[in-house]
Every structure is written in structure tokens, then in C-alpha cells.
Design a protein. Structure first.
Length: 113
């Protein structure tokens, strides 16, 4: 995925299904890196409200990297909001804070290794 990709970070504020330490470390490393990213409180809530920002994220020109939970859940959240994610893996990558370590996620996002 290109250096020009956009990053969407979900704080998972309501479901509390992502380990707190992982969320905190990923966010801290994103902030420290100087990378441009959008942090949202909760993708589940955005989906339930059919937030139009989800559509605008999909319509961007640069590839989208989503840091949240299970890829299948993220895909369905966008779908439930009326916005399907591209199937092309060069256009969207979903990183799973429920199963991947902060080190692995940040390595992918920030080319740390």
C-alpha cells in the first residue's frame, strides 16, 4: 500500500472489545509519528447513524487503511451504513486491533518494519 494512503483509526469507545493497551499504544504511536490520520470514537455508532463521513472515506483517491477490529465486521459496518468498501486490496486494508499487536499494526501503518 502506498505512502499516500489515508488512515482511519477507530477508538472503539462503546463496545469495549479491543484491548485498551492496544488501542492506546496504536494511537500514541500514530500521534508521535506525525502521520495524518482520522480518529473516530466508534465505527459501530457511525454505521448505526449512517454517518455520511463513511461514504466520503470510501470515495477518497488514496488507499484507505482502517484500524479497528475484525475485517468482516468493518466491511459489514460500512455496508450497513449504505457504503461498501472496495474489494481491491490495493484500495483498502483493515488492521485488526482485536487480534494484531500494536507493534504489528504500527509496522504496517508507519513502515516501521
Amino acid at each position: 500500500m502506498s505512502q499516500d494512503s489515508r488512515i482511519l483509526y477507530c477508538r472503539c469507545a462503546f463496545a469495549q472489545v479491543v484491548p485498551q493497551g492496544t488501542k492506546d499504544e496504536v494511537l500514541q504511536r500514530l500521534c508521535a509519528s506525525g502521520a495524518t490520520f482520522e480518529a473516530v470514537p466508534d465505527l459501530c455508532e457511525m454505521s448505526a447513524r449512517k454517518d455520511p463521513r463513511l461514504q466520503s472515506l470510501v470515495e477518497g483517491d488514496d488507499p484507505l487503511r482502517i484500524v479497528a477490529c475484525h475485517p468482516r465486521a468493518v466491511k459489514w459496518l460500512f455496508h450497513a451504513a449504505g457504503t461498501d468498501l472496495p474489494e481491491d486490496p490495493d484500495q483498502v486494508e483493515i488492521l485488526n486491533m482485536r487480534e494484531q499487536s500494536a507493534e504489528t499494526i504500527c509496522g504496517r501503518l508507519l513502515d516501521e518494519g
